[in-house]
Write a protein that binds this ligand. Structure first.
Ligand SMILES: *Cc1c(COP(=O)(O)O)cnc(C)c1O
Length: 373
């Protein structure tokens, strides 16, 4: 980040970063659909050297996390580049509640004998601190998906590490606005830019940020060799989405708090998991570590899976769809997903968007009433 940029609040950085500065240049970094460049300067081939469009996205997200970023084709391409750094026979620690794609990638590598996996409870800070001394990759996700458990990143990232160990934090749910893993001492912060950064459910992209120049080089090399490069249009759209990230997040998490409180009082609802509710098991940690509680709510119904499915089919403004972090509210029953059968059967994960809060509550109330009938 430039010296000027480092003095700006994130809300201003999101708007001003990643733009050309030369007189006469377009105000927005253009969409550059280039594979190769005329030789004679440092940029020769896009897969090796990047493009101005990818770099705009990297400048924005890197600056937000106060590190240097590498953009990838998707969140999972970013995750795979991190796992690529591991030596043969490595020990990998994953949270017990973790994005299913990461669990799948780790399991596939373990099945081929590339590494061994340990699973730890998100909130078992002592176990994580111990694991830092014994593992090659500490993979953290906080708040976790979909149970929204908050990890004590501050304590875990400060624990003594095995030499060469990587502590990576999947920061997708918190976004760099609510949580800064690198400031706690994590080696890497990972974003699925598909979610909040893009914010409109119209692209796939991922970003890894680090303050370690050797790791940054290694991630660039992994992108180059695996060819996991972002699309030109996707990077352009992600930059466009990032401009409004702060506004969208503020609005949606304000609504999420209100909806979580009302859901908690609803007679059909058995349990609400939202980091901003005092009833949430890791509320104290969330209050201390997160600048905001996010836009994702998971809640369970007394009526079981069938009733939860009925809610999904009865919502109208909220869309019955997977994924999260977009302008539109989406909801799904997580245990219906292959590999997620261990979750509470009626658990609904709601990603709150930027619609009118009362319209969203009316939609939810109506759907709960229909499902109960
Ligand atoms: C979506 C998601 C990913 C994977 O990102 P893609 O862009 O879908 O590849 C990783 N981690 C979390 C927490 C996610 O929500």
């Amino acid at each position: 980040m430039s010296e000027y940029g480092s003095n700006l609040k994130p809300e201003s950085w999101l708007v001003t970063a990643g733009r050309p500065v030369a007189a006469g240049a377009p105000l927005n970094t253009p969409l550059v659909p280039a594979s190769n460049f005329i030789l004679g300067q440092e940029r020769a081939y896009a897969r090796d050297d990047g493009t101005p469009t990818w770099e705009a996205l990297e400048e924005i997200v890197g600056g937000l996390e106060s590190g240097s970023a590498v953009a990838f084709a998707s969140g999972m391409a970013a995750v795979a580049a991190v796992f690529d750094q591991l030596p043969a026979g490595a020990v990998v620690c994953l949270p017990d509640d973790c994005y299913q794609g990461v669990v799948g990638l780790a399991a596939a590598g373990a099945a081929r004998g590339r590494w061994r996996i340990r699973r730890l409870a998100v909130d078992d800070t002592a176990a994580w601190r111990q694991a830092c001394a014994e593992s090659d990759l500490i993979w953290l996700e906080s708040p976790s998906n979909p149970l929204l458990v908050v990890a004590d990143l501050e304590a875990i990232c400060a624990a003594p590490r095995k030499p060469g160990a990587i502590v990576a934090v999947d920061n997708t749910f918190a976004t760099p606005l609510n949580q800064q893993p690198l400031a706690f001492g994590a080696s890497l912060a990972v974003q699925s830019a598909t979610k909040f950064i893009g914010g409109h459910s119209d692209l796939l992209a991922g970003v890894v940020t680090t303050r370690d120049p050797a790791l940054w080089q290694a991630l660039r090399r992994a992108r180059e060799l695996n060819g996991a490069t972002p699309g030109a249009l996707e990077a352009f759209l992600a930059v466009r989405g990032a401009r409004t990230l702060a506004l969208r997040l503020q609005r949606a998490q304000h609504t999420a708090q209100m909806l979580a409180e009302r859901l908690e009082r609803h007679p059909l609802v058995a349990r609400v998991r939202y980091p901003g509710l005092p009833s949430h098991p890791t509320y104290a940690l969330a209050k201390r570590l997160l600048k905001g509680y996010g836009t994702i709510i998971s809640f369970e119904l007394h009526g079981g899976a069938e009733q939860a499915d009925a809610v999904c089919h009865a919502v109208r403004l909220i869309r019955h769809a997977t994924s999260l972090g977009a302008v539109e509210s989406t909801m799904e029953r997580r245990a219906a997903i292959v590999g997620q059968e261990h979750l509470p059967p009626s658990l609904l994960r709601l990603s709150v968007g930027i619609e009118d809060p009362e319209d969203l509550w009316a939609d939810l109330e109506h759907a709960l009433r229909v499902a109960a009938a």
